[in-house]
Design a protein around this ligand. Sequence first.
Ligand SMILES: NC(=O)C1=CN([C@@H]2O[C@H](COP(=O)(O)OP(=O)(O)OC[C@H]3O[C@@H](n4cnc5c(N)ncnc54)[C@H](OP(=O)(O)O)[C@@H]3O)[C@@H](O)[C@H]2O)C=CC1
Ligand SMILES: CC(=O)N[C@@H](CCC(=O)OP(=O)(O)O)C(=O)O
Length: 352
Amino acid sequence: MGDLGQLPVGIIGASGYGGVQLIRLLMDHPGVEVVYLGGSSSAGKPFSELYPHLGHCVNLTIEEIDLDKIASRCQVVFLSLPNGLACQMAPPLLAKGCKVIDLSADYRFKNLETYKTWYGGERNDQETVASAVYGLPELYRDRIANAKLVGCPGCYVTTSLLALAPLLKQGLIQPDTAIIDAKSGTSGAGRKAKTNLLLAEADSSVAAYGVARHRHTPEIEQICSDLAGHEVMVQFTPHLMPMVRGLLATVYATLRDPGLVREDLATIYNAFYRASPCVRVLPSGTYPQTKWACGTNLCYISVEVDPRTDRVIVMSVTDNLIKGQAGQAIQCLNLIMGWDEKLGLPLLSFYP
Ligand SMILES: NC(=O)C1=CN([C@@H]2O[C@H](COP(=O)(O)OP(=O)(O)OC[C@H]3O[C@@H](n4cnc5c(N)ncnc54)[C@H](OP(=O)(O)O)[C@@H]3O)[C@@H](O)[C@H]2O)C=CC1
Ligand SMILES: CC(=O)N[C@@H](CCC(=O)OP(=O)(O)O)C(=O)O
C-alpha cells in the first residue's frame, strides 16, 4: 500500500468510552489524523485532563458542537453518542459533504417505526435512514464500501450475529429456535455514572436484565431475517458480569439435519469467514475466553453439537469496546476508504 495521506476525521462524544477507544486506535492509524473532538459537559476541557495517560499523544481540547465548523475541518465524522442524538447531527453533516459513522442505534434499523417502538423519540429522517448501511463488515462489506452513512451494531448484536450468521445464511437451523445467552462487562453500559455499576454493586455478582424485552432483540431479528430470507424470531437474554470489558454470547439452536457433527459445522464456519480477517474460528473442542479478545478487534468463535438434543451450540467472544464498538467503526472506515479492512486495528490480546 502506498502513501495513504492523512484523512481528517472528527469524533463527537470523545470523552466517553467509545470516544476514547476511537482516539486511542486512530492515533496509531497510518491513514488518519484526528482533527476535532466534540462533546457536551466535557466541552472546553483539554482531552489530556480527562485521560491523562493519553495526554502525551493527544494535544486537542474537546470543543462545543458546531456542525459547520466540524464539516469544514473533517471528511469523516464518528458519532459516539447516546441514542437519539446522531439522528439530529447526521443529516446536516451529510448535507455538508461529510461521511458519517454512527456507533449508536439511530441508523441500525431500516424501519423507523421499529426504532421508535423500542427507543422512543420523534424522528422524521426516513430518507437518511434509507441511505444508511448496517456496519457489520463480515456481512455487508460491499455495501459499507460505498456508504456515506454507516450505523454500526453494538457489542451484543455483533457478537450474537457473527455466531448465528453461517447457520441462518445456509438454512441449517429450525425456524425460531435460536436462544442467545449473552454476558457483558460493565463498560458496555458506557462511562456515565449509574448505581448498578458501582464496584460495590456489580462485583462478585451476576444477573440477567432486560429479559424478554431487551432492545437488541429487534435489531438481531432484523439482520437474522435478512440473512435467512424470511422473518426470524430469537430469544435474547443479556447478563451483566463482574468484569470491565469483554462479551461472551452462547447461542443454542435446533439443527434441521440431526446428522451434522461439529466438524461439519467447523468446516462451514471456516468457509463462511475465510475472507474475514477479524473473525477466528477455533479448532473443534476449543472454547473461546473473553480475555483472548480483550484489546483486539477480533471475534473468536467455536461451534459444538450435542447429538442428544440435536442442538448446535456456538460460543462467540469480543471486546465490547473494540470489535463491539470503536474497532468495528474503524473497520468500516477502512472499507469506505478502500484500505485494508484491518488497517490500524489491534489483533493481539494483551493477556497471557
Ligand atoms: N460501551 C459499549 O460497550 C458500547 C456502546 N455502544 C454505543 O455507543 C454510543 C456511545 O457509548 P459510550 O461511549 O459507551 O457512552 P458514554 O456514556 O461513555 O459516552 C457518551 C458520550 O456522549 C457525549 N454526550 C452525551 N450527551 C451529549 C449531548 N447532548 N451532546 C453532545 N455529546 C453528548 C458525552 O459527552 P460529555 O462527556 O461531553 O457530556 C460522552 O462523550 C452509545 O450509543 C452506545 O449505545 C455501542 C457498542 C458498545
Ligand atoms: C452492559 C450494558 O449495559 N450493555 C448495554 C449494551 C451495549 C451495546 O451493545 O451497545 P448498543 O446499546 O449501542 O448496541 C445494554 O445492555 O444496553
